[in-house]
Design a protein around this ligand. Structure first.
Ligand code: IMP
Length: 181
C-alpha cells in the first residue's frame, strides 16, 4: 500500500501547548518523588526524536535530565507491528535505582511497549514511567499503562512530528493523517 500526506489531525500549536502541559506534570511528579529529581529520558528511536527534543527543553532547568536512546525493530509491514521486537540499539546507561521515563511516539497495539517494559523492569529502575505523544487505545492487543499521554487518536495511520511512513514525513511540523492511494 502507498500513502500520501492528508489533512492535519493535530497542529503544531496544539502539540506545543500539550508538550508544555506534560512537562509541567513531569516536573510536579518528580518534585513529590522520594527518589529525587534526577530523570533519565529513554527515547525510542527514531519516531520519538522530535517529541523528545521539545519535551526535554520544556521540562526546564530545575530537573536534572539525562537523555539516552534505544532503537527497536519490529518485524511487520510498514504500518502494522507484529509484536516480535528486537533491540537494535540498547541504552548506554545503567538504569538500576534510577527514575526512568520511556518516551515513545505512539502506542498502537501496545506490543512494543509491553515488551520494552518487561525488559527494562528487570533491570531494577527505581521507577519506570511511560510517556507517549499519541495513543490509539482502540487498537490495543495488550494493556499498557500510559503515565503521560499527549493525545488520544482514532484508528488512523498518522505521519509528521517524528512519525513516518517508510522513513518519510518525520520532518513535518504538524501531525497528518496518511491517506492510502
Ligand atoms: P505497537 O507495538 O503496535 O504499539 O506499535 C508501536 C510502533 O508502531 C510505534 O512506535 C510506531 O513506530 C509504529 N506506529 C504505529 N502506529 C503508527 C502510525 O499511525 N504512524 C506511524 N507509526 C506508527
Amino acid at each position: 500500500m502507498n500513502y500520501r500526506v492528508g489533512d492535519i489531525l493535530i497542529t503544531r500549536d496544539q502539540i506545543s501547548a500539550r508538550v508544555n502541559e506534560i512537562a509541567e506534570d513531569i516536573r510536579k511528579n518528580l518534585a513529590e518523588n522520594k527518589n529525587g529529581q534526577e530523570l533519565l529520558v529513554a527515547g525510542i528511536l527514531k519516531g520519538a526524536v522530535v517529541f523528545i527534543a521539545d519535551l526535554v527543553r520544556a521540562i526546564g532547568r530545575d530537573v536534572d535530565v539525562r537523555m539516552d536512546f534505544m532503537a527497536l525493530s519490529s518485524y511487520g509491514s510498514d504500518t502494522k507491528s507484529s509484536g516480535i521486537v528486537r533491540i537494535v540499539k540498547d541504552l548506554d546507561t545503567y538504569i538500576e535505582g534510577k527514575n526512568v521515563l520511556i518516551v515513545e511516539d505512539i502506542i498502537d497495539t501496545g506490543l512494543t511497549m509491553s515488551y520494552l517494559l518487561s525488559i527494562l523492569q528487570r533491570r531494577g529502575p527505581a521507577n519506570l514511567k511511560v510517556c507517549s505523544l499519541l495513543n490509539k487505545e482502540g487498537r490495543r492487543k495488550v494493556p499498557v499503562v500510559v503515565d503521560y499521554c499527549g493525545f488520544e487518536i482514532p484508528d488512523e495511520f498518522v505521519v509528521g512530528y517524528g512519525l513516518d511512513y517508510s522513513g518519510r514525513w518525520r520532518h513535518l511540523p504538524d501531525i497528518h493523517v496518511a491517506v492510502p492511494v
